[in-house]
Design a protein. Structure first.
Ligand code: ADP
Length: 620
């Protein structure tokens, strides 16, 4: 007996002891594997006439032995395949166990532990398989956690038979149902109707005996599924449940997608697309391992499982299938990349996705915001990548938090609600809404009735810089020293105050040295000081570059401006000290600087000096 790999053991354990109520999905998983196995051979059969093209999946029920068998005449597995595929779980599965309390539903959802799900209903599973082109057949047997055996065996033709020996009935779970022909045929119709190969089963029926009143039983093989792939059906024939079922089985994501798009495009290039916007990013979505792509079919025949070229990176989250009769079947992958038709489809798909996302913004805002929370980062990436080559297409898909309303708004909505006399779009960067709310400059801008976009992602400011303008309105950071708000009178007054305090601000600048590039007065409401910047590099950019930790030859630093509130008592206090006690004034200047830095989320080198000053003040 061989042991399962540790991870597989734990998945098995979860399956065997699963209280997951939807145990019936195991059948769909086995059928889907069978269909994949046939797909692999089907593709080869296009160029190899030796392959029997009578592809099918056969279900056999045995009431006495309480067993159900799913057979296929697909590619089959050799000894090595059996060990590798059924002895271990796909490596991505290992990730799952970082989370101790993974729920089975999620597990199946994220990793499609397809084959193993049969252990939800089985006390023993046998897999008899013969690989196409091989002489030998092997039998793999397992009764669950203890492990499995593989022995040499006999099988007439290539393909795989998977036999599930049902568990004993338990309270509330009637495993016998899985050998009842009508129950099983309903399951096939419910979950596997679109499978492209016939799923056949012997059905026992009764009929009147000829020339007599008696009834007799007879057996007839029936094809249970319609075999029409969902995307080939009329939209009116497909329910949301059908769409979602197809999604779940094809992409192993059991969370309902946020939206599906079923489009028949006729034009330069004709194709059918069934696209889904998932509710959750897969675990590896933001890693290098993630592979985007849509399944590509030519007239219902799969030519590529994940065709990357159909999706731009920033729509990499979209899942789905594309079926076109304008593509050649025997095309190789290398040639496919150059294919003009394929490029035309990609261009058209991108447009379709953009328009569908815009529609979603209009008619299903709640789900759009969910989608943006999951995938907004890639859309933003699309907007600033390549010097903003795609910014015009993507700018209307962006949403940011409105400081006024505390909800997500688009740039168009911001502009629509601009106040009279407002000429720019204000934004503020910070870690979270509370912190941004607490910024002096934010309060000030809001006090004028202007809304402020709250930018919480590192990349947000780069995105706005790349857009440069929206609807001819420039973007303006509230931390920009030249915020330039207020009436002409107010501005004049500020200027006068600045002139009469120039000796003081010069002194403070001198005291702070090159920690700041200048010191200025401003109106800051209740806040004594704040930090702003002048020049090209914003405070946020400095933080982003620092966080990247890549040794850049020239540190990217903002030219910081310490702004002191002209209306605050602290100013007259400093004024007094300027006339009486320069040493204390220097200390206070430094304390205010530290406060401003900390409020902005910067680190300060000499914290102990600051604490000493605070204590000194407290004990005075
Ligand atoms: P998944 O289907 O998600 O890869 P499974 O655990 O369901 O995961 O199956 C593991 C692997 O075992 C499959 O990828 C496939 O290579 C192989 N396999 C399963 N069932 C069959 C089958 N009926 N015929 C051939 N290979 C199969």
């Amino acid at each position: 007996m061989k042991e399962f790999k540790t991870e597989s053991k734990r998945i098995l354990d979860l399956m065997i002891n699963s209280i997951y109520t939807n145990k019936e999905i195991f059948l769909r998983e086995l059928i889907s594997n069978a269909s994949d196995a046939i797909d692999k051979l089907h593709f080869a059969s296009l160029t190899d006439s030796k392959i029997d093209s009578d592809f099918k999946i056969t279900i056999t029920l045995d009431k006495q032995a309480r067993k159900l068998t799913v057979s296929d005449n697909g590619i089959g597995m050799n000894l090595d395949d059996l060990e590798k595929n059924l002895g271990t779980i796909a490596s991505s599965g290992t990730l799952a166990f970082k989370k101790e309390n993974e729920d089975v539903k999620e597990l199946i959802g994220q990793f499609g532990v397809g084959f193993y799900s049969a252990f939800m209903v089985a006390k023993k599973i046998e897999v008899l398989s013969k690989a196409y082109g091989s002489e030998d057949a092997y039998l793999w047997v397992s009764e669950g956690e203890d492990g499995y055996d593989v022995v040499k065996s006999e099988k007439e033709s290539y393909g795989t038979d998977i036999t599930v020996y049902l568990k004993d009935n338990e309270e509330g779970v009637d495993y016998d149902a899985y050998v009842q022909q009508y129950f099983v045929s309903d399951l096939v119709k419910k979950y596997s109707d679109y499978i492209r190969y016939p799923i056949v089963m012997d059905m026992t029926k009764s009929r009147k005996k000829e020339g007599s009143d008696e009834y007799e039983e007879y057996t007839e093989q029936e094809t249970l599924n319609s075999m029409v792939p969902v995307w080939k059906k009329q939209k009116s024939e497909i329910s949301d449940e059908d769409y979602n079922n197809f999604y779940a089985t094809t992409f192993y994501d059991f969370e309902k997608p946020l939206r599906h798009v079923h489009a028949n495009i006729e034009g330069n290039v004709s194709y059918t697309a069934l696209l889904y916007f998932p509710a959750k990013a897969p675990m590896d979505f933001y890693s290098r391992e993630f592979k985007k792509g849509l399944s590509l079919y030519c007239n219902g025949v799969l030519i590529m499982e994940k065709c990357e070229d159909l999706l731009p990176d920033y729509f990499g989250f979209v899942r789905g299938v594309v079926d076109s009769s304008d593509l050649s079947l025997n095309i190789s992958r290398e040639i496919l990349q150059q294919d003009r038709q394929l490029k035309a489809i990609a261009v058209s798909l991108e447009k379709k996705i953009v328009s569908e996302l815009k529609k979603m913004l209009e008619d299903d805002r709640e789900n759009y915001e969910k989608l943006f929370a999951e995938f907004g980062a890639t859309i933003k990436f699309g907007a600033y990548n390549n010097y903003g080559a795609k910014k015009d297409e993507l700018k209307d898909l962006l949403v940011f938090t409105s400081g006024k309303e505390k909800k997500q708004i688009t740039l168009a909505e911001y502009v629509k609600n601009m106040q009279e006399g407002q000429s720019v779009i204000y934004y503020a960067c910070g870690e979270n809404v509370d912190k941004i709310d607490g910024m002096a400059q934010v309060e000030r801008v809001k006090s004028k009735g202007f809304d402020v976009l709250y930018l919480k992602d590192n990349v947000d400011e780069f995105v706005l810089k790349t857009l440069d303008k929206y609807d001819d309105k420039a973007f303006k950071s509230v931390s920009d020293k030249d915020l330039d708000i207020g009436t002409d009178e107010e501005k004049q007054e500020m200027e006068d105050t600045a002139v009469s305090n120039k000796d003081l601000t010069d002194f403070i600048k001198e005291a702070l040295g090159n920690k700041v590039s200048s010191v200025a007065l401003a109106k800051l409401g209740a806040h004594p000081v704040c930090l702003s910047y002048e020049g090209e590099v914003s405070l946020e950019m400095e933080k982003v570059f620092k966080a990247m930790k890549t040794a850049s030859p020239m540190p990217v630093e903002a030219k910081k401006v310490l702004q002191i509130n002209a209306d605050h008592a602290i100013l007259s206090k400093m004024r007094d000290l300027f006339n009486t006690d320069h040493e204390t004034l220097k200390k206070y200047a430094n304390m205010l600087y530290v406060q401003a830095m900390l409020t902005e989320g910067f680190e300060v080198d000499d914290m102990s000096g600051y604490f000493a000053s605070v204590c000194e003040l407290m004990t005075k």
